[in-house]
Design a protein around this ligand. Structure first.
Ligand SMILES: NC(=O)c1ccc[n+]([C@@H]2O[C@H](COP(=O)([O-])OP(=O)(O)OC[C@H]3O[C@@H](n4cnc5c(N)ncnc54)[C@H](O)[C@@H]3O)[C@@H](O)[C@H]2O)c1
Length: 418
């Protein structure tokens, strides 16, 4: 069975590779020629565990071919869309989706299934996508099929989760769902969950908004713990021993491509207190990089060197989209000599180093922003020889306080009051 994947980014490329790995003949379409060129050489333009080996294998076997030419989707059974759906100033920007839908619509044939994996505002499948596809193709929905099958993978675990996580398939009709099921039944062992497009749209946004609000609650507790002289990490650990409580963890900010925007997509059509609840949670999470910068300002003299450990938005990945470190850097860049360390990141709009020694040399404060596993292994005795002042600020509760203190450092943490 031939399938096309439109948009070969953090979602589309792992998905196209996973489909090819499961035996589908996959055509991947992207508008960036450089990406297409790399993919056809078997080199992933993104960092994702297991992807390099799997991509190389499927490209060599001829199961995955990338192109910039939409004409190659013509004889595909299914066309899966994974283009960006950003939010700008709180409002969803569907321009990439529209452009992909118009290109697909111009070539759409009877019996083809269009699957939107991109995250979309409630109602988009029915009121936006269907209309554009009908307009461009001259076909009526029913002659082609249309579903929303939201992508739920987490960067860093994509090549496991694509094969295991249950897939929501939301159609406008039963026939839509049946047509799309033929693809996902072969891809994931997690099973296909059938629903309507509107329910799939809302549930995807609900998943990420739940997580964002949960983190906002943890951040609210962290701010209070700092005021009252409590330890938020201990407070949450204790609360989570209750069998029906699962509070997420606080931190210097929430980054990434999903939690930073999906709550706005859900809140946008809401009204009154419901809207306020979601926007307030988002605003609190957006405030945390500033709060962390203020903690740094309490611990380091203006003009001194501060080493920020971690540039990726979460531990173990190279993805810097919406990373709190970028915001902290902006707040502090004119006040301190900043160094930024990250062992994973390849490219960034700010200077950074992969060399920890270089980052901490002469520093008056070391602040951990990202929970990279590598930071648990830091040799603090060695670091002590390089710094100017021995002060550490742990924003993620990743360091072993005793080990840090044994090396002579003063240990401070976000969410821990005096
Ligand atoms: N990254 C994640 O962890 C994640 C997880 C779940 C869902 N999502 C959702 O999946 C969608 C894609 O996200 P992503 O992180 O893969 O984005 P991305 O920016 O990494 O990749 C999108 C790709 O689409 C290409 N593109 C843009 N316009 C195009 C067009 N008209 N035709 C063909 N290709 C086009 C871009 O060049 C890029 O390679 C978004 O809606 C996002 O919210 C992302």
């Amino acid at each position: 069975m031939k399938v096309a994947v439109i948009g070969l980014g953090y979602v589309g490329l792992p998905l196209a590779t996973a489909l090819a790995y499961k035996g589908f003949d996959v055509i991947g379409v992207d508008v960036v020629p450089k990406k297409v060129e790399m993919i056809n050489k078997g080199i992933p333009p993104i960092e994702e565990p297991k992807l390099p080996e799997m991509l190389k294998e499927v490209v060599e076997k001829g199961k995955l071919k990338a192109t910039t030419n939409y004409d190659e989707i013509r004889d595909a059974y299914a066309i899966i869309i994974a283009v960006p759906t950003p939010v700008k100033e709180g409002k969803p920007d569907l321009s990439y989706l529209e452009s992909a839908l118009r290109e697909i619509g111009k070539r759409l044939k009877k019996g083809q299934v269009v699957i939107i994996e991109s995250t979309i505002p409630p109602g988009t499948t029915q009121n936006f996508a269907k209309k554009i596809l009908e307009e461009e193709s001259g076909l009526k929905h029913g002659e082609f099929y249309l579903v929303h099958a939201p992508e739920r993978l987490a960067p860093g675990k994509a090549m496991v989760e694509l094969f295991t996580v249950p897939k929501l398939v939301g159609g406008l009709t039963k026939e839509d769902v049946e047509a799309a099921k033929k693809v996902y039944e072969k891809l994931t062992s997690g099973g296909v969950i059938e629903t309507s497009a509107i329910n799939a749209e809302m549930s995807k946004l609900a998943e990420n908004t739940f997580r964002d609000l949960n983190i906002a609650f943890a951040n609210a507790l962290a701010l209070l713990a700092e005021e009252l002289g409590a330890n938020v990490w201990e407070v949450i650990r204790l609360a989570n021993t209750h069998p029906r409580v699962n509070i997420h963890l606080p931190g210097p900010g929430v980054g990434g491509p999903c939690l930073t925007k999906d709550p706005y997509m859900l809140a946008n059509p809401m009204k009154g207190l419901a809207k306020e609840l979601i926007i307030t949670g988002r605003k609190l999470n957006e405030y945390m990089p500033k709060h962390f910068s203020e903690l740094i300002e309490k611990l380091a003299k203006p003009g001194s060197k501060v080493a920020l450990l971690g540039l990726a938005y979460k531990g173990g990945v190279d993805d810097i989209r919406e990373s709190p470190t970028l915001k902290i850097y902006e707040y502090l860049k004119d006040k301190y000599e900043l160094s930024v360390h990250d062992p994973y990141v390849k490219e960034a709009p700010i200077p950074f180093t992969k060399d920890l020694k270089e980052a901490v040399k002469g520093a008056s404060l070391i602040a951990v922003v990202t929970d990279h596993p590598d930071y648990k292994e830091i040799d603090w005795e060695e670091v002590a020889k390089l710094v100017k002042e021995k002060v550490v600020l742990d924003g993620r509760n990743v360091l072993d306080k005793e080990r840090v203190e044994r090396a002579g450092f003063e240990y401070k943490a976000l969410g821990v009051g005096e």
